[in-house]
Design a binder for this molecule. Structure first.
Ligand SMILES: Nc1nc2c(ncn2[C@@H]2O[C@H](COP(=O)(O)OP(=O)(O)OP(=O)(O)O)[C@@H](O)[C@H]2O)c(=O)[nH]1
Ligand SMILES: [Mg+2]
Length: 200
């Protein structure tokens, strides 16, 4: 069973003017969760802190529509972003979300690491590739987490993870599963390394 950390919901932002100042978040480093709707961003955030219901999770895509900020014991801030790629959301709303997400990624000084989530069953899709290129262009450090690996057989897992890895130029990929807890420890290690670059 994963350790439970003290974590609290800080606030939601619907527009860039509402991004919280350091005085509100405590000024700690931020880790943002990005990926398609329903890929498991909110679930992975919950798994990291060992709370089932901190971030809101739903089987219905498009669940998280605002940028939600959570503070974890020790000062780290986890940021749950709205998912992209959900066709049923009207075009205008997707454009607004995209702008909201872009402004966060471009302007947020506290942002230290982006976790890009891919559904391990589907791998890279066009919008994920665009996001990856965008992050590389803007030099935002990111890691890729392949979610829901519990839904694959061992063989599918090996094949799908290899296919994801092939598009990564040697970058890191973390297989994760909320129900089994796989990958949670490794993701914590990655977060820790980013915040302590000189330590082994
Ligand atoms: N089996 C399995 N189901 C998962 C896993 N992660 C998430 N889910 C399920 O996938 C659905 C979507 O999860 P969310 O965490 O709400 O996904 P999200 O990426 O935050 O979605 P949006 O907020 O709509 O962008 C829920 O029904 C979760 O229970 C996982 O590792 N394994
Ligand atoms: Mg969500």
């Amino acid at each position: 069973m994963a350790r439970k950390l003290e974590a609290q919901f800080l606030m939601s932002a619907a527009k860039p003017e509402q991004f919280p100042p350091a005085a509100k978040t405590g000024g700690g480093p931020e880790v943002a969760f990005l990926g398609r709707s329903n890929v498991g961003k909110s679930t992975l955030l919950n798994a990291l802190v060992g709370h089932k219901n901190l971030a809101f999770v739903s089987a219905r895509p498009g669940c998280t529509q605002l940028i939600n900020f959570y503070r974890v014991d020790g000062g780290l801030v986890l940021v749950d972003l709205p998912g992209y790629g959900y066709a049923k959301v009207p075009g205008e709303i997707t454009a607004d979300w995209q702008q909201l997400i872009e402004r966060y990624l471009l302007e947020r000084e506290a942002l230290q690491l982006c976790v890009v989530l891919l559904d391990a069953r589907r791998g890279w899709m066009d919008k994920d590739r665009l996001l990856k290129e965008w992050l590389e262009h803007h030099r935002r450090p990111y890691v890729v987490a392949a979610t829901k690996v519990d839904k694959l057989t061992a063989r599918e897992r090996t094949e799908n993870l290899a296919a994801i890895q092939r598009e990564m130029n040697g970058g890191e990929i973390l297989p994760v599963s909320a129900p089994t807890g796989r990958g949670v420890r490794e993701l914590w290690q990655t977060i820790w390394k980013i915040n302590n670059p000189n330590k082994k």
